[in-house]
Design a protein around this ligand. Structure first.
Ligand SMILES: [Zn+2]
Length: 96
């Protein structure tokens, strides 16, 4: 017997990327729960980087498409905290 379980053959990058528009159209955040897609994502650095980019873009687009979510004080606080925790932004202040 072979070690092939339910997957007859691994997805190619083209097949994987064919599924991406559906993923990002359905939920809007590109959440992947298809085992075949996850398997490819796990083994392919190229596609995992692509998905990361798409998820980032989808996230940004979602914020743009939802004007009801006005930037609250809480959001700005988080941004400021994010900047403060990034050491590259602290260099100027700590310059000797
Ligand atoms: Zn791939």
């Amino acid at each position: 017997m072979t070690l092939h379980n339910s997957s007859p053959k691994p997805l190619s990058c083209a097949e994987f990327q064919e599924q991406l528009p559906d993923l990002f159209a359905a939920g809007g955040n590109g959440y992947i729960n298809d085992p075949d897609l996850l398997e490819h994502l796990r083994t392919c650095a190229n596609c995992s980087a692509l998905v990361r980019d798409l998820q980032y873009i989808a996230d940004q687009a979602k914020q743009l498409l939802q004007p009801t979510h006005e930037p609250s004080d809480n959001v700005w606080k988080k941004i400021q905290e994010g900047l403060a925790s990034d050491s590259s932004y602290a260099v100027e202040r700590n310059e000797k």
